[in-house]
Ligand binder design. Structure first.
Ligand code: ATP
Ligand code: MG
Length: 212
């Protein structure tokens, strides 16, 4: 049995065509089904539906053989026990620093001010500001980061941005680009050795699909 961990929403939807290339079709839609284990047209392949940030954990411990996870999530997890053979180029967005429209970020940085940073991406934020030599107090959040500067919880946020509409709707502006984000295929290192015969053809099919 090969178990593939995916999260609902964009990752599931954007991974479907790649699975199709490998001859794998889900028999149910996670948006309408409440099931967390989905059968596929292949008796030896199943999909499990987990929270986006839990995908690396399932794969690390071998509860799933493969998974699809954003670079944001992989950076926070650390990537231990994971082989990352392919950038799937899906779920693309950018990790940015954002502030209120009326906050002068440049001069705060120039003056060496200590910044309060609210984010779900604490590793990414720590690395980014350490590289800039900016001292920060980190405030860990689990979502809706855009709210933090509006109510005085933080000076800045580190968040994922695609269109910028959410920032604009909340009178925020992006002031720094930290990194480009996309999702990668992750594989349990032990499973790759033990089940190479089954897993390698899938990796080859994904790679073919990406080249099209
Ligand atoms: P959860 O909703 O479980 O709290 P999440 O918001 O990180 O977690 P998703 O919204 O499903 O989960 O996002 C999955 C992945 O897609 C993220 O890890 C990130 O790599 C990427 N992503 C997040 N936001 C966007 C976006 N606005 N546009 C494109 N890709 C995004
Ligand atoms: Mg989300």
């Amino acid at each position: 049995m090969i178990t593939i961990a995916l999260s609902k929403g964009r990752i599931f939807e954007e991974t479907l065509p790649l699975l199709e290339e490998a001859g794998i079709r889900a028999l149910e839609d996670p948006e309408s089904s409440r099931k967390l284990i989905l059968d596929t047209n292949r008796q030896d392949v199943r999909l499990i539906i987990v929270r986006a940030s839990d995908v690396p954990t399932y794969v690390q411990y071998g509860a799933a053989d493969l998974g699809v996870a954003g670079k944001d999530v992989l950076n926070e997890h650390g990537g231990e026990g994971l082989y990352q053979p392919l950038d799937l180029n899906i779920a693309r967005c950018r990790m940015m620093v954002a502030v209120r429209n009326d906050f002068d970020y440049e001069s705060a940085v120039r003056q060496g001010a200590r910044l309060r940073v609210a984010t779900k991406y604490v590793n990414a934020a720590r690395e980014h500001f350490a590289e800039k030599g900016v001292h920060i107090d980190l405030i860990k959040l689990y979502g809706s980061m855009e709210l933090a500067p509006l109510v005085g919880l933080s000076d800045v946020i580190v968040d994922l941005v695609s269109s910028g509409n959410t920032l604009r709707a909340n009178d925020l502006k992006a002031v720094e680009h930290i990194s480009d984000i996309s999702s990668r295929l992750v594989v349990n290192q032990a499973a790759l050795k033990l089940k190479r015969h089954d897993i390698q053809p899938m990796l080859d099919a994904f790679e073919r699909a990406l080249k099209q």
